[in-house]
Design a protein around this ligand. Structure first.
Ligand SMILES: *[C@@H]1O[C@H](CO)[C@@H](O)[C@H](O)[C@H]1NC(C)=O
Ligand SMILES: *[C@@H]1O[C@H](CO)[C@@H](O)[C@H](O)[C@H]1NC(C)=O
Ligand SMILES: *[C@@H]1O[C@H](CO)[C@@H](O)[C@H](O)[C@H]1NC(C)=O
Length: 246
């Protein structure tokens, strides 16, 4: 399994900024801080749907992925290339569960569920799936239902210009599961329409297996996006504005 992911990202400005307008702030003295953080997390995603120009954060709904390549072997031995990919729905009806939060180190473990993500992309693929040759080039679309993900983040603290900032020390991101995946590749096998339809049917019948092949690349995409946003926020916004004591 080999994956390549490219997302346009911008240079991080080094200035003391505020959190984007509309963000919810959770005070460390809040006895129910975990509930507050889970709300704040959902609100943050909604606020960032269109990005944030001050912090140079790109829109996340839709989330644009310039290029993604997946090269897998085994039952699905296919080279898949995706260009101009867009993921819709990261800010829609998301559920957030704070599994743990440490008020001293700010280490946090979150489980989140995205009920429905719609993906559109240009694709090109070549290889074999369940021993059958597959190849095509064109547009594709997919819907992921109830994608459950886990974030596990630890931080270091550091001082800059008399302010304390957080820096991500460890970031683990996993896609745990999906309930269902439906997809459609236009123009599989070029002019052979009925073979293309047959292959699309087979792919949807085996969508969990196909998903497992795409998963590492998707994890990489989300990891890059989330780390990118995290770095821009944590390196620009002092700790006391993210988690005020009172
Ligand atoms: C994909 O992987 C196969 C086997 O691992 C390798 O032979 C091939 O060169 C790779 N292709 C690309 C485009 O990376
Ligand atoms: C995904 O596509 C379906 C069907 O076209 C649509 O009903 C739904 O609103 C879309 N969801 C998002 C988040 O774009
Ligand atoms: C997604 O989860 C919700 C709530 O748990 C459930 O009602 C719904 O049926 C699930 N959707 C699919 C496609 O499994």
């Amino acid at each position: 399994m080999k994956t390549t992911v490219i997302i346009l990202s911008m240079i991080v400005a080094i200035t003391a900024e505020n959190l984007p307008n509309g963000f919810k702030v959770c005070k460390l003295s809040d006895p129910d801080i975990e509930k507050c953080i889970s709300e704040a997390f959902k609100i943050a995603l909604n606020v960032l749907a269109n990005g944030d120009s001050a912090l140079k954060i790109l829109p996340i709904d839709p989330l644009a992925i310039d290029y993604m390549r997946i090269n897998s072997s085994g039952p699905v031995s296919v080279t898949q290339e995706y260009r101009n990919m867009k993921i819709y729905g990261m800010t829609k009806n998301m559920q957030v569960f704070i599994k743990s939060f440490d008020v001293n180190t700010f280490a946090i473990n979150i489980v989140a569920v995205f009920p429905q993500l719609n993906v559109t992309s240009d694709y090109e693929m070549n290889g074999r799936i369940l021993l059958l040759p597959i190849q095509g080039k064109g547009k594709c679309r997919a819907t992921y239902y109830n994608m459950t993900v886990t974030f596990d983040v630890e931080y270091d603290k550091y001082e800059r210009d008399g302010e304390t900032y957080l820096k991500i020390k460890k970031f683990i991101f996993h896609i745990n599961d999906i309930n269902d995946l439906k997809g459609y590749f236009e123009n599989l096998f070029g002019k052979d329409y009925s073979l293309g339809e047959e292959m699309n049917r087979l792919l949807n019948e085996n969508s969990k297996m196909i998903f497992n092949e795409i998963k590492p690349a998707l994890e990489e995409v989300f990891k890059q996006v989330i780390t990118g946003i995290g770095v821009k926020i944590y390196s620009n916004v002092p700790l006391k504005k993210i988690y005020p004591p009172e």
